[in-house]
Design a protein around this ligand. Structure first.
Ligand code: UDP
Length: 261
């Protein structure tokens, strides 16, 4: 497969064309942004960890029948994905109240929700990704009723699976963000899971200590983001438990390999 020109550059990822028009390459950058791009930094090794963690979660989801865009990981920073038309909605799933909902509604941080709560935000950086109702999605035809119903069913299955997967390794899944895309499969329109699932897009707390193992380490200036993401990867069995190879070293190793080719 040949890597083609850059098609799109987002805050944390770049999409490149390939010689197969149905497939693109997703490159994970080290850039970190928060608060609608007002806070920015580069955290060396973050992209490598997110690539590995997202690959792990999406391939596990695929095994339980959740169709998604991942084809295969190519190297430390890139994966081949199916080209989809992204539905312009961020689907936020909450099991425990934290982040924006606590400020918006005055709910105490850490409040456990009786049922998972799905919120919708319009993907529009200029507007600051505003919270919208399901009715807005239908009124402005950002997705059809059928698509929304299908996505909601998939979200609840993804949430159940991920809660269990993380619980098994001593992590509480507080909340996360999902994106979905449209694709024709055998002439039929389908909606599949897209984008990434990683500590950049989830809130993950240690089950015993409530230590934050996600992007809140960056948002709240808690430091040690790479050790926290590495901890998530190790607990999921992606990196060896005894391995002292930091993500930064992994990045350097992969660039050495590239140069040798
Ligand atoms: N989230 C995300 N991208 C966004 C907004 C939110 O990945 O553009 C994730 C975020 O990491 C958290 C969850 O969605 O796991 C809920 O985020 P929240 O609405 O609390 O917003 P935030 O506190 O990030 O402003």
């Amino acid at each position: 497969m040949k890597k083609g020109k850059k098609l799109y550059e987002g805050k944390a990822k770049i999409i490149y064309a390939t010689n197969d028009k149905g497939l693109v390459i997703q490159y994970f950058k080290d850039d970190a942004t928060a608060f609608n791009n007002q806070k920015k930094s580069v955290i060396e090794g973050k992209g490598v960890l997110n690539n590995r963690i997202s690959e792990h979660i999406l391939s596990n989801l695929s095994q339980i029948g959740i169709k998604n865009h991942l084809v295969k990981r190519l190297n430390m920073r890139e994966q081949v994905i199916k080209l989809v038309e992204i539905i312009p909605i961020e689907f936020i799933v909450r099991n425990v109240a934290s982040g924006s909902i606590t400020k918006r509604l005055g709910i105490e941080d850490g409040t456990v929700l009786k049922e998972p709560l799905i919120e919708y935000c319009l993907k529009d950086d200029k507007l600051g990704d505003p919270l919208i109702a399901e009715e807005h999605i239908l009124a402005f035809e950002w997705a059809t009723k059928k698509e929304v119903e299908k996505v909601k069913k998939m979200i609840l299955r993804i949430n159940d699976f991920m809660i269990g997967m993380f619980r098994g390794v001593g992590i509480k899944l507080i909340d996360f963000k999902l994106e979905f895309g449209r694709l024709k499969i055998n002439g039929k329109d389908e909606v599949i899971l897209a984008d990434e699932i990683s500590p950049d897009t989830c809130r993950l707390w240690d089950s015993i200590t409530d230590k934050k193992l996600d992007k809140d380490r960056f948002r709240k200036n808690l430091g040690d983001l790479i050790p926290a993401y590495t901890e998530v990867a190790k607990r999921l069995g992606i990196l060896h438990e005894q391995s002292n190879v930091s993500a930064v070293n992994v990045t350097k190793l992969s660039s050495v390999k590239r140069k040798r080719k």
